[in-house]
Design a protein around this ligand. Structure first.
Ligand code: NAD
Ligand code: DAU
Length: 360
């Protein structure tokens, strides 16, 4: 079996669903179920014996080691993290705890398990660390895209904590020969994306008649990748990636935030028209994110050259599917927006009114 951390979150749950759709190899899904973890994402696996869910914290190395010894996975795929940049600005401590200390505790447990394996299992074992393009910092308008050799220059507490975890993973390979693989991916979108992030937030706010908040001038650029393409990339790297290597994953799809929001409004205008006007009328410029990275772009040629991976979805096909999924799954959105979600919205958007916007 494989051991997945954070498999109840956005990408992790898509990965578990994709994995079990294409393989009968069981998954042990280890997740703390923070605000971002949601077992409803995995409801279709409720009676599926191939999916074993255990609630726990990656910071608890003893629990992880006991589970590894009990279930004897051949690989660990490590998604668990605090993942939202804005939350890391309001409260960085949990990012240091989970992303750095948690990855360290997980590595120590995994190394202890791996060291004691018989030779053949030891040889076959893999630890795949799922990371982000944000570790490379920000690009100017004409800079070349990030490659695997671009120097790290993280700019937010989130990206700094992910960079630290990447360094720890690298060091475990270099020092102990621990069989690591790292992926650094660009912005994902698709089903089960928590509506604190730009794309699902815009889809939810648009339908609720709420403002569509654009930070600063809306010209920040992200490189969007449909989540199932990220999952496919992880499967390729896990199967055939070279040990100790990092692989960039991206969609070759750079877009300014404002263009993304316009696209979402236009799709909603056609799929669920308002009584009068366009969803674009709800766009509101608000105060920028502190330290906001201007542009990310991923050069994914290494992954293509070595492992033959390419994204299957274009932005046009992926974003349509995504909007349709949110329209079809209003109950999922309502559920995740209950409870602590309202408090987060107040924390993040209070004091960001349009009078403080830098451009409009
Ligand atoms: P997410 O916030 O949706 O999910 C994170 C999951 O980790 C949740 O299920 C949560 O309960 C779990 N978790 C958090 N702390 C934990 C802990 N201490 N122990 C066990 N489980 C814990 O995140 P996501 O967007 O699915 O991202 C998954 C991974 O991919 C992260 O490592 C992130 O840095 C990376 N990544 C995300 C993107 C993106 O666009 N979302 C892009 C590149 C890389
Ligand atoms: O690049 C990969 C990263 O992408 C991942 O490592 C992170 O986990 C993931 O959250 C994402 O980070 P971003 O900060 O790029 O994603 P987010 O959806 O929060 O924001 C996307 C862009 O939209 C960013 O430039 C900020 C802007 N934005 C965001 C929100 C929530 C707005 O303009 N308004 C908003 O309300």
């Amino acid at each position: 079996m494989i051991f997945v951390t954070g498999g109840a979150g956005f990408i992790g749950s898509n990965f578990v669903l994709d994995w079990l759709a294409g393989s009968d190899e069981p998954v042990l899904n280890f997740d703390k179920l923070t605000y971002a973890g949601n077992l409803n994402n995995l409801a279709s696996l409720k009676d599926d014996a191939r999916h074993v869910f255990v609630r726990g914290d990656i910071c608890d190395g003893e629990q992880v080691l006991a589970l590894l010894r009990e279930h004897r996975p051949r690989a660990i795929v490590h998604f668990a993290a605090e993942s939202h940049v804005d939350r890391s600005i309001h409260g960085p401590a949990e990012f240091i705890n989970t992303n750095i200390n948690g990855t360290f505790a997980l590595l120590e447990a995994a190394r202890a398990y791996w060291t004691a394996l018989p030779d053949a299992e030891k040889e076959a074992f893999r630890f795949l660390h799922v990371s982000t393009d944000e570790v490379y910092g920000t690009l100017g308008a004409t800079d070349p895209a990030f490659t695997e050799t671009t120097a790290f220059a993280p700019n937010s507490p989130y990206s700094a904590s992910k960079a630290a975890s990447d360094h720890l993973v690298r060091s475990y390979h270099h020092t102990y020969g621990f069989p690591t693989l790292t992926t650094n991916c660009s912005n994902n979108y698709g089903p089960y994306h928590f509506p604190e992030k730009l794309i699902p937030l815009i889809i939810a706010n648009a339908q609720a008649g709420k403002p569509l908040p654009i930070y600063g001038d809306g010209q920040q650029i992200r490189d969007w990748l449909y989540v199932s393409d990220h999952c496919a990339a992880i499967r390729r790297v896990l199967a055939d990636g070279r040990l100790g290597e990092t692989y960039n994953v991206g969609g070759w799809n750079e877009m300014a935030n404002l263009d993304v929001v316009h696209t979402l409004c236009d799709i909603l205008d056609s799929l669920k028209p308002k009584a009068t006007g366009s969803y674009r009328d709800q766009i509101t410029y608000v105060k920028d994110r502190p330290g906001h990275d201007r542009r990310y772009a991923i050069d994914a040629r290494k992954l293509e050259r070595e492992l033959g991976w390419k994204p299957a979805e274009t932005f046009e096909t992926g974003i349509r599917k995504t909007v349709q999924w949110y329209l079809d799954n209003a109950a999922w959105v309502a559920d995740v927006q209950s409870g602590a979600y309202a408090k987060w919205v107040e924390t993040n958007y209070f004091n960001r009114d349009s009078s403080q916007a830098e451009a409009s």
